[in-house]
Design a protein around this ligand. Structure first.
Ligand code: DC
Length: 235
């Protein structure tokens, strides 16, 4: 998957490349499923949430006020975001040349991303970047509005869900494995707040595209979901 090695600013999109969109709320397993499906297909992978997180982190570094839309839009245009894959297939994300991968995955970065993602001009600033990930042999795009706004002509659209309780538990296990101390109750509250904010914003709210296949992953293992998504692509 060459996409990791290049800067998102460079190439123009290839409209002949097929796209699979995987949208859904936080903790629905989009990231893991999308990466595995992209690996199996040999397609490129776009983690659109990482772009919003990167703008949030960059704004934090610059000490910008998260309630100042003008400053955030300038920040979205000015921030240089690069995806790099290491020899060990580890995806690293650089912001203005600095490795910010670990900071991007924190709850603080997620909450900042969700807040700035509600600003229409920030979404517009990131639109072309995201579309330029569309390159042959194909693209798996993971986010909230991949099937509705960014790639409305995608050949296959999937919307992943899972109960809020199961999503909080998955996140809890991930963070515990990383040695981060959090409580399940706090995570559940954070997930519900983020769902509400992402689903109620005026521009590109979180919702399945009309032609998306919805998969409820509650109680399903990762491999079962991967196989189900691949069967939709091959259909
Ligand atoms: O997928 P994620 O948790 O990394 O996304 C972080 C936030 O970014 C999410 O709460 C909402 C926003 N986002 C968005 O608005 N549109 C996208 N396509 C991806 C993420």
């Amino acid at each position: 998957m060459g996409i990791f090695a290049r800067s998102v600013h460079n190439e123009l999109m290839d409209p002949t490349a097929p796209v699979l969109t995987i949208d859904g709320p936080s903790g629905s397993g989009k990231g893991t499923i999308s990466r595995r499906v992209a690996d199996r297909l040999g397609w490129h992978y776009l983690d659109s949430g990482a772009l919003y997180r990167a703008v949030g982190v960059s704004a934090g570094w610059a000490d910008l006020d998260l309630s100042d839309p003008g400053a955030l839009v300038r920040c979205a245009f000015d921030t240089r975001i690069e995806f790099r894959e290491t020899a060990a297939h580890d995806l690293r994300i650089l912001i203005n040349g600095l490795d910010a991968t670990d900071e991007l995955r924190t709850e603080t970065a997620g909450a900042a991303a969700s807040a700035i993602a509600a600003i229409p001009e920030v979404r517009s600033a990131l639109k072309e970047w995201q579309r330029n990930f569309r390159q042959l042999p194909g693209l798996v795009a993971d986010g909230r509005d991949m099937g509705t706004v960014i790639f409305p002509d995608a050949v296959t659209k999937v919307f992943l869900t899972a109960s809020a309780e199961e999503r909080a538990e998955r996140r809890y296990k991930q963070l515990k494995d990383k040695g981060v101390s959090v409580t399940l109750g706090d995570l559940l509250r954070e997930i519900l707040a983020r769902d509400a904010r992402d689903a109620s914003r005026v521009v590109a709210p979180l919702r399945p595209a009309d032609d998306a296949v919805c998969i409820d992953t509650t109680g399903m293992g990762i491999e079962a979901v991967v196989e189900r998504v691949l069967s939709l692509v091959h259909r």
